[in-house]
Structure formats: structure tokens, C-alpha cells
Design a protein around this ligand. Structure first.
Ligand code: 2AM
Length: 185
């Protein structure tokens, strides 16, 4: 199974992301555009594995200990703010994404990401060693036909849990199925 760990987004954020995606699609001649329901913020991409229960056990430990981490938020949840548009260059075009504001919420998010990555690595999962750049992907392999100026509306997202997802293709579409939800406790 192909697995990843991510934060789900509220409908309001997904609607705004979809508005941006549609605007980008109108200015593009090629690209793979993320459907509204698939929008998410990845913490860690695990990749192909059969060790689902081991992944769940490692993630459960993170959820149980996150609130006592020295840098953790004082409450059961924290807020991140969506801010700005960016892109990564790929061989087949660009990945376009929405970023996260540099504030206390981002600092908490980075701690959470690092805890998740460390727990999975300690459980024997081989993770990519790429620097973590928090982003919410709008589209991949995009080729634009004109200059595009996208401006996300100010939006905050309450983070109170993270989710282990399975990713698979169904009739040519990418489907993300939640396998387990891990609230901070
Ligand atoms: P992306 O949005 O930048 O493509 C599910 O595929 C999630 O895992 C996506 O958010 C994706 O990030 C992320 N991911 C990270 N590394 C990946 C990889 N090597 N292959 C597929 N997805 C990856």
C-alpha cells in the first residue's frame, strides 16, 4: 500500500484552494490538477509498504506524546495560516502550491512533522531525506500559457489531529482513503 501522513483541511479551505486551482487550470495548457476533495497538507510521505500496523503504532505514540513535547502548543490544537503561492520546478512542468505563514503555528507544525518523521524512521520506515517544505499542492506538471497571478484569501486551519492515508488510483483518479485518525491527546 502507498501511504502518507497528512493534515486534512476544512471545507472552507478546500473551496478556496479549488478556486485557485480552477484559475490556474484556465491559464494552463497542461497539468494534473488536484480535485477539491483531495486537498491536504502532507507531513510525511511513507511510500509503498505492507507494514500498516507498525506505521499506526508509531503514529499513535506521536499523538500521545505531542502535547508534552517541550515546543508543543499549550492547547489541544494550534492554528496555521495559509499564505502565498509558490512553485517547484519539475521535469514535466511546475508543481504549484499554497504555502504556510511563518508564525507560531508553522513552528508547531514543523515540530509535529519532525516527531512523525522520527517515529516512522525509528520504526524502520525509509523516508525521503528531503528538507520539509510545508505546502498544499494545487497542481502538478503544470505548463502555463500566460502569466498567472493567484492570491489566496486569508485562511486559517485548526490542527488537532493528523491522518494516515492510503493513496491509490481508481479509474484513472487518485483516491486518498483515511486509514486512521490521530487526535492529539
Ligand atoms: P506533493 O503534493 O508535493 O506532490 C501524496 O502523494 C502526498 O505525498 C502529496 O502531498 C505529495 O506531495 C507527497 N509526496 C512526497 N513525496 C512524494 C513522492 N515521492 N511521491 C508521491 N507523493 C509524494
Amino acid at each position: 500500500m502507498r501511504l502518507f501522513v497528512a493534515i486534512d483541511l476544512p471545507d472552507e479551505a478546500k473551496e478556496e484552494l479549488n478556486r485557485l486551482t480552477l484559475e490556474l487550470r484556465r491559464a494552463s495548457c497542461a497539468g494534473s490538477f488536484v480535485p477539491q476533495e483531495n486537498a491536504h497538507l502532507t507531513l510525511v510521505f511513507i511510500g509503498e509498504t505492507q507494514r500498516v500496523n507498525e506505521a499506526k503504532a508509531a503514529l499513535q505514540q506521536v499523538a500521545a506524546s505531542f502535547r508534552v513535547h517541550p515546543g508543543a502548543p499549550p492547547d489541544e490544537s494550534f492554528e496555521i495560516n495559509l499564505l502565498g503561492i509558490g512553485s517547484f520546478k519539475q521535469r514535466k512542468g511546475h508543481t504549484w502550491w499554497v504555502g504556510i505563514s511563518e508564525d507560531a503555528g508553522l513552528a508547531y507544525l514543523k515540530i509535529l512533522q519532525s516527531e512523525v518523521a522520527t517515529a516512522l524512521a525509528n520504526a524502520g520506515f525509509e523516508l525521503e531525506k528531503r528538507f520539509y517544505k510545508p505546502h498544499i499542492t494545487l497542481a502538478r506538471s503544470v505548463k502555463t500559457t500566460r502569466l498567472v497571478h493567484l492570491e489566496p484569501a486569508p485562511l486559517s486551519v485548526k490542527v488537532q489531529e493528523f491522518i494516515l492515508y492510503r493513496s491509490h488510483a481508481e479509474q484513472g483518479k487518485q483516491v486518498y482513503t483515511p486509514l486512521a485518525v490521530f487526535p492529539f491527546c
